[in-house]
Design a protein around this ligand. Sequence first.
Ligand code: GCW
Length: 665
Amino acid sequence: MEESKWTKMWLDYHRIYDGGRVWKMVLGGFMEDQAVIASAIFEFKRAIEALTGEQVIDVKKDGTAGNLRTMCIKKQDSVPVEGYRIAGNEEGIVLEASDERGVLYGIFAIIRQIACGKRAEEVAEVASPSNPLRMMNHWDNMDGSIERGYSGESFFFEKDEILINDRTRDYARFMASIGINGVVINNVNVKGAASYLITDKYFDRLESLSEIFGDYGIRLYLSLNFASPIEIGGMDSCDPLDKDVIKWWEDKIKEVYDRLPLLGGFLVKADSEGRPGPFTYGRTQADGANMLGDVIKPYDGIIIWRCFVYNCTQDWRDTKTDRARAGYDYFKEQDGTYHDNVILQIKNGPMDFQIREPVSPLLGGLTKTNQMLEVQIAQEYTGHQIDLCYLIPLFKEVLDFHTYCDPEKDTVADVVSGRTMGNTLGGMAAVINTGNDINWTGNDLAAANLYGFGRLSYDTELSAEQIAREWIAMTFKLPDKEADILCSMLLRSREIYEKYSSPLGIGWMVTPNGHYGPSVDGYEYSRWGTYHRADHLGIGVDRSDKGTGYAQQYYEENAKMYNDPTTCPEELLLFFHHIPYTWKLKTGKTLIQHIYDSHFEGEEEARDLASDWESIRDLIPAEAFDRVKERFGLQLDNAREWRDQVNSYFFRKSGIADEKGRTIY
Ligand code: GCW
């Protein structure tokens, strides 16, 4: 077989041990011609043969050899949906599940455990997903470009056509192996040809795609243009309460489901950054979302409505207007009026995927609405997959955050999983970091974020370190010492990026539009803005009750904590407060000294990352090693730029010298 032109990431099975036996598959209660079961059998065979050298014979063949082991897949209704029980013994492995996806995830769990060093007889786990929906959001455009893509072009679209090839299937395998069960293939900014995805022109290809996904337990979703009635329907309105508009949608959605019965539903970005929406007609976000929810209901479809709604042209001279407030201001009022099959998708922070932000007050702030957490593994503000930035610790912080919305089940993980409200629609979505680069994620190490997001969305209890260790074992099979080095690199990387870029919750200071590299005053939407509001005395945005009042959007415990600069967690100090350069931090350092030190340290620590990588050179495949090494070279340039620009900016603004007398340009 010809080697494919792209890497197999964590599914590149290395020989773990040489077993001498033969495996036979036995099915109880499932059929081998069920699509997902067939995929599971295929995956088991492929992995076991590569990992152990043991042969797997077909379900139908009668095994004769005496040293036969069985891979027994049994239907067991007491296992939760999409969950599995796996247990190995001398005779083989038993996998129990109540549905097909559970079988597939169970098989991938067996593979993972063996790839991470267990022998088949030691395999054991009982698992079921924390979140009902575990989704990837592609921001792929139909011309092949990817909005905020740092790994090449789209593998779904090219020149306004849909691509289906071996890569499509490999993609589905990767996603299933980490528990992803829904994928939105097109950008939330639906323009041009993408508006026509819900027309006859694309149904055949979409149907094939939905089937390939379906074989791996993944549902296809599309981003929808709210103005479709105008853009493709020739109408003069898309008012969600207009009868003709509703009729248009009813006909359209029927047509779509006649042709795409496997479609999961739609993701909608409305009234944001130039996208059309219900506000144009004086309607609420709920009016828009509910109208589509009702129309899609007969087909069991869902509407995922994004809460990233804000006025991007706001005038920042008005210190009371605060973009951070927008999500809550726009969505809280209608809490309880969103229909059952509508989910609000909320970015982890109130701004936009900065290296550190507080958790959005909408998460748990809504108490009667289906909610989904949106994170970004595409490294838009976190180094473009050039700089190393393992994001799972950030996601863990968000999931573990106590919102105080409930006496017991009040973390973000509780809220989005449905545990708090007892609802069944919710979960996690990630803006994905893939493209058609040979290694899928641009930086080979950025695959840890892809892998990690999936694993975490399936099991929010996993730690960032556990996930990193699994990913390393599956991808590189390193001896302990080197695995420790790589694991430590991943775990340190987010803080390092934060230190040399924009610490203490200030965020931004990044080049407008491109979002890579420093531009301290950079602000994309008007010449009036800066995000940091620095002057010669201090820096930061007063979001307390004396400022924009954003801190008051939280439940009391958090509102109080954030409102006071002495109790506000320091890593978010400048997000919530305007602080003088001479302010003493808990370390005893002044704020300005902390800014200098952080940037010097961040740059030094980035150099340590690069030399750690160098230290494991001999154990990493040469091509992967070189690709990553090249990126570290660029990261060091970036870290230096950040250090020098930020430090010199604040030195000039404040006129206060570095106590340590280092050169500040
Ligand atoms: O701020 C932004 C990004 C946009 C993106 C938007 C969003 C898809 O810079 O590129 O548009 O977030 O989340 O909708």
